[in-house]
Design a protein around this ligand. Structure first.
Ligand code: XMP
Length: 478
């Protein structure tokens, strides 16, 4: 007879309440690590799914202290552009600000502003010397499309500028005096080297918890696959400034994944790599030894996954996280519990089981920042959340790659579903609720931070009756 171990899901367990050591949830730290070298203020990562993370979600997640992973089902150019958009947000100094040549005309200027998504451009000559600035205000109500930028711009002699090495306080002083909104930074030769905007300063001062790189820019991750274009995609993402690459493979315990980790590490030793998805200690060990800086755990637990039904493979997520985290801790490498988180209590359980962060898909897909379509059904608002191995996602990829769709149809074996989730408003509010619940969970474990929770957490297994008792029951909800 085979010896078959029992493996558990989040709903099979509860945390044992221990003596609290804090008086208020505010005293609890949610600081953690995403990878060996990336620190987060909240242990939440938005999933690399096309209904969850594009640049809007990635910006909000980083501002809140977590991080977003931009999905890979975009052209290489589009994915790299999305990374660039995040890296340019909320910086004290935007390096290489967008600029325009003075001999462009109004029609061309409007097009450039639209393409770049900006409401102002610096005007420079061929040697990158600053000649002026042109903003929406200079363009509004102008109808002669032939007018030149040089005629529309505010010229250099009427501009306030900053210098290389300018501090936040000095920039704020200039804004106070000048009442301008944009401060170009020039070197001693009047060459443009950066731009500071009032808006960005306000953002920096508002989002004190944000996840930032050593230049103060928001951090962002991007997913890649393992097919032959992977290095081309990696090159473009690294060039765009990506902070972490996530190797996104449904069955990550694979020779090919190990080769890809090694090839990327050889070329870009400084880039952090998360590898996955896996569900066993053995896979954790092999991916870490290949060079992974973080491990993503989850084979089939996700809300939109059908991998376990279609293939018969997977490990219930609570045990998978625990098994993998035990091995990863020996190497001091953080693990991400990916998929199957339904409520904030599951986040507490995943972290207490040894994860350093959680990845969320459907829980975030219904927010304003999720790129999925809005659906109105019987007067209620919903948004799409779909598995990346669902039929619709596979068809979308085939269209994008110009494959013959009819021929490909028969080859698609979906391992995910297309679904909808309730519209939830801003991601900030959703995260506030989830992190509030986690703080409570940390306190119930008699601890005040995630590493202490790892040491002190104790679980009990519960029966279906215990689960029933755990939810509101025998009342009519209002
Ligand atoms: P949640 O439960 O947060 O799960 O919505 C998100 C995670 O689900 C994984 N994912 C898939 N798994 N088939 C699968 O078996 C799919 O089509 C699929 N799409 C996403 C992924 O790990 C994601 O982060």
């Amino acid at each position: 007879m085979l010896e078959i171990p029992l493996k558990l899901s989040y709903d099979d367990v509860l945390l044992v309440p221990k003596k609290a050591i804090v008086n208020s949830r505010k005293e609890i730290s949610t600081k953690t690590k995403l990878t060996r070298n990336i620190l987060l203020n909240i242990p939440v990562v938005s999933a690399n799914m096309d209904s969850v993370t594009e640049f809007e979600m990635a910006i909000s997640m980083a501002r809140l202290g977590g991080i977003g992973i931009i999905h890979r089902f975009l052209t290489i150019k589009d994915q790299a552009n999305q990374v660039k958009i995040v890296k340019r947000k909320d910086n004290l100094i935007i390096e290489e600000p967008y600029s325009v040549n003075p001999i462009k005309n109004l029609a061309e200027l409007k097009q450039i502003m639209e393409d770049k998504g900006v409401n102002g451009l610096l005007v420079t000559d061929r040697e990158n010397k600053l000649l002026g600035i042109v903003t929406n205000r200079d363009v509004k109500f102008r109808e002669n499309d032939e007018m030149l930028v040089s005629e529309l711009m505010t010229p250099r002699n009427r501009l306030f500028t900053g210098w290389e090495g300018i501090s936040l306080a000095e920039a704020k002083d200039i804004f106070k005096i000048s009442k301008v909104e944009k401060l170009p930074i020039v070197n001693q030769n009047n060459q443009l080297v950066g731009l500071i905007t009032q808006k960005d300063i306000i953002k920096i001062e508002t989002h004190t918890n944000a996840t930032r790189d050593d230049k103060g820019r928001l951090m962002v991750g991007a997913a890649i696959g393992t097919k032959k274009e992977f290095m081309k995609r990696t090159d473009a993402l690294v060039e765009a400034g990506v902070d972490v690459l996530v190797i996104d493979v449904a069955h990550g315990h694979a020779i090919r994944v190990i080769e890809v980790i090694q090839e990327i590490k050889n070329k870009y030793p400084h880039i952090e790599i998360v590898a996955g998805n896996i569900a066993t200690g053995e896979a954790t060990k092999e991916l870490i030894e290949a060079g992974a800086d973080g491990i993503k755990i989850g084979v089939g637990p996700g809300s939109i996954c059908s991998t376990r039904i279609v293939s018969g493979a997977g490990v219930p997520q609570f045990s998978a996280v625990n098994d993998c985290a035990k091995i990863a801790q020996e190497y001091n490498v953080p693990v991400i519990a990916d998929g199957g988180i339904k409520v904030s209590g599951d986040i507490s359980k995943a972290l207490a089981a040894g994860a350093s962060s959680v990845m969320l898909g459907s829980l975030l897909a219904g927010t304003d920042e999720g790129p999925g379509l809005m659906i109105i059904k019987n007067g209620d608002k919903f948004k799409v959340s779909r598995g990346m191995a669902s039929f619709g996602a596979a068809m979308g990829r085939n269209y994008r790659e110009n494959k013959k769709v009819d021929k490909e149809l028969e080859d698609v074996v979906p391992e995910g579903v297309e679904a909808m989730v309730r519209y939830k408003g801003s991601v900030k509010e959703v995260i506030a609720q989830l992190v509030g619940g986690l703080r409570s969970g940390i306190s119930y474990c008699g601890s005040n931070c995630i590493p202490m929770m790892w040491e002190k957490a104790e679980f009990v297994r519960i029966s279906p009756a215990g689960m029933r008792e755990s939810k509101p029951h025998d009342v009519t909800l209002v």
